[in-house]
Design a protein around this ligand. Structure first.
Ligand SMILES: Cc1cc2nc3c(=O)[nH]c(=O)nc-3n(C[C@H](O)[C@H](O)[C@H](O)COP(=O)(O)O)c2cc1C
Length: 188
């Protein structure tokens, strides 16, 4: 079976971000099953609906990477009981396009106490018609650990949680692709 093409977005711009490290670790742990393209959100301008047809390179790159992907992985922090502005800005650029509609989504939460942001993120994703794959979504307690991606990979409990989540994610996507392609064959 071909490797799945996945896009990953971190809602933090910090150099030592736990969310970005979790995505880097996931990329290393799943290298045999999926190609994870971690797209930086730091170059996106602030969302302005009047600029949606301006062909802004960073916005076009984000949209095109999601359009080509089999699934999307989101890891984003909580700030003041809300989702990060970085993530909300990126999602706002995607609201009116078709790329996000029905895309399977794996959520990673790097802080068990960050429940408000996760709830808000879920509401936004559902509103945008993304499909959260619940059994793939994981909470990994990274806050306060000072772990980077290497540290996460070698931590047996954390890496097991990530591996289980991505395994479920790939399996749901693969089953769905199989279902769609068999339907296409039947209708052909
Ligand atoms: C200004 C600010 C506000 C924060 N507010 C919250 C909060 O409301 N709830 C929470 O659980 N964590 C809060 N945090 C902690 C961050 O979510 C945490 O540091 C997280 O690891 C940041 O993500 P990163 O490591 O990927 O950069 C806040 C951090 C900062 C800097």
């Amino acid at each position: 079976m071909d490797k799945l093409k996945l896009v990953a977005l971190s809602g933090s711009l910090r150099n030592l971000s736990y969310n970005s490290s979790a995505l880097q670790a996931l990329k290393m742990l799943s290298a045999n099953d999926a190609d994870i393209n971690i797209v930086s959100l730091g170059n996106l301008p602030l969302f302005n609906p009047e600029r949606e047809s301006d062909n802004i390179p960073s916005v076009m790159a984000l949209k095109s990477s999601i359009e080509k992907a089999d699934g999307l992985i989101i890891s984003s922090p909580e700030y003041a009981h809300g989702i990060s502005g970085v993530m909300k800005n990126a999602l706002d650029w995607l609201v009116s396009g078709e790329e996000f509609v029905n895309i399977p989504i794996m959520l990673i939460n790097t802080s068990p106490r960050a429940t408000h942001a996760q709830q808000m993120l879920r509401e936004i994703i559902v509103t945008m018609s993304g499909k959260i794959i619940e059994k793939s979504s994981v909470v990994i307690p990274l806050l306060g650990t000072s772990l980077d991606e290497q540290g996460i990979v070698i931590d047996s409990q954390l890496s097991a949680l990530l591996k289980t989540g991505i395994g479920e994610f790939c399996s749901v996507i693969n089953n769905n692709l199989h279902f769609v392609s068999s339907q296409t064959l039947i209708s052909d």
